[in-house]
Design a protein around this ligand. Structure first.
Ligand SMILES: [Zn+2]
Length: 430
């Protein structure tokens, strides 16, 4: 029934053993796992395949076994489990598999992880490998990732002498395993897992672990992508690159500085209930602000974000502000370059002071620079400023622990947007 296949990648060595199981499984799955709607209408049916995955963590020199239940995505749904066998190998870095993998422990059948792949890219991931405080929420996430409507178990007889008679199939009633948002109580927490494995050092004798205790190795990774979980959460940006070596090096330095702070920003946003991994982020090279929202909803992080002395709380507030834009902005009409600049009048003295001492704090700044700072040359439609004002007000109300430097900066920008909105409403008469 198929050959076993072994794969070596990223510090692990995985052997995939096709299983001849007593039962084959067939299930119907929701085509979307939209957790915001309480109704899941569309389902598709497919058979599933189970494999035994033996994985060796080469660094820690430990083995673990998992049952991988392979559920193809809708476009690969099939009635033929050998097709699935060809689609997926655990630990295959070149996989282009689309679908869901459920890893369970062999003897106890605890679900240890759920992975979702699109064309080999890991796009969703929840693991119980490191039991976290939020394991109930993790289980909910797992259920959503799995998105299964019904599981049907087809028990095959193994021998001619079995009680069901030779060679036939016996259909059990449908097994409802989960129905998102209709089950009032979450599944019980998993029994406590073995503690994370600590490799023995030379000072600890080999008999430190009880003979029967097998420290676990994580299920092997397949394909690529970062998914979303506390183990593989870290959002990253990449450098656009440049042909000139010095420019490429400068861009790489910014990218590195951004990637250095993203994990902490991710964690802090997560503590506020915001998942940064749900948003597209990139390094934006063509901006002079801290961060921007691009037309397609990508959050662009600018150089100033890491080179302006902001605290981590400032940076969290800045990213949160862009996320607010992505989630709440109303459509903006066209703006235009004005035939002649309009100057904001009646600037309060504390604002004038801020502009002169902070915004224009560079050698040789002049009165002309000050006039330029309060002049509007490019006038957006009123909704643009309404979006900004809403984002800043929400940010200021939500993120109070920012530095006084950034607090002043955003108060100034908010003031300027409010003034420009008045001008824009007059100019565009709406
Ligand atoms: Zn904004």
């Amino acid at each position: 029934m198929g050959k076993s296949q072994s794969l070596y990648s990223t510090g692990t060595f995985a052997v995939n053993v096709p299983l001849i199981t007593e039962a084959t499984y067939e299930g119907s799955f929701y085509t979307t796992t939209d957790t915001t709607s309480s109704e899941h209408h569309e389902t598709y049916s497919t058979v599933m395949l189970q494999k035994l995955i033996v994985v060796k963590d080469l660094e820690a020199n430990v083995y673990s076994c998992y049952i991988a239940t392979i559920i193809p995505a809708e476009e690969n749904a099939t009635k033929n489990s050998t097709k699935i066998d060809k689609m997926f190998y655990g630990g295959d870095p070149n996989s282009d598999f689309s679908g869901t993998i459920v890893y369970s422990t062999v003897t106890t059948n605890y679900t240890i992880g759920v992975e979702k792949y699109t064309k080999g890219q890991l796009c969703g991931y929840k693991s119980m490998f490191y039991a976290s405080e939020n394991h109930l929420a993790d289980l909910d996430d797992m259920t959503d990732l799995l998105g299964s409507a019904r599981l049907k178990r087809n028990v095959r007889t193994l021998t001619k002498n079995s009680e069901f008679g030779g060679g036939g199939s016996y259909w059990l009633p449908d097994v409802i395993i989960t129905a998102p948002k209709t089950t009032p109580t979450p599944p019980p927490p998993p029994p406590s897992l073995p503690p994370p494995y600590v490799p023995p050092t030379n000072s600890i004798p080999d008999y430190y672990y009880p003979p029967a205790y097998i420290p676990p190795a994580q299920p092997p990774r397949t394909g690529s992508g970062t998914g979303s979980s506390q183990q593989y959460p870290v959002p990253r940006v990449t450098s656009p690159g440049a042909s000139a070596p010095d420019i490429a090096a400068a861009l790489n330095a910014v990218v590195e500085a951004i990637n250095d702070v993203l994990p902490e920003i991710y964690e802090k946003l997560k503590a506020m209930g915001v998942d940064l991994n749900k948003y597209k982020i990139k390094f934006a090279t063509n901006c002079y602000t801290n961060a921007i929202k691009e037309k397609d909803g990508t959050i662009g992080i600018c150089q100033k974000f890491v080179y302006n002395g902001y605290t981590i709380n400032d940076q969290v507030a800045i990213i949160w502000h862009e996320i607010y834009h992505v989630d709440n902005d109303k459509i903006v009409g066209d703006g235009q370059i004005l035939p002649s600049a309009i100057m904001i009048e009646n600037v309060p003295s504390h604002i004038e002071h801020h502009i002169k001492t902070v915004e224009l704090n560079f050698p040789g700044s002049s009165l002309e620079d000050y006039k330029g700072e309060i002049s509007i040359k490019m006038l957006q439609s009123p909704q643009y400023y309404r979006n900004e004002i809403a984002a800043y007000k929400a940010e200021i109300a939500t993120h109070k622990n920012v530095s006084s430097k950034y607090n002043q900066e955003r108060a100034y920008v908010l003031w300027k947007h409010e003034q420009t909105l008045i001008i824009s409403e007059k100019y565009y008469k709406k």
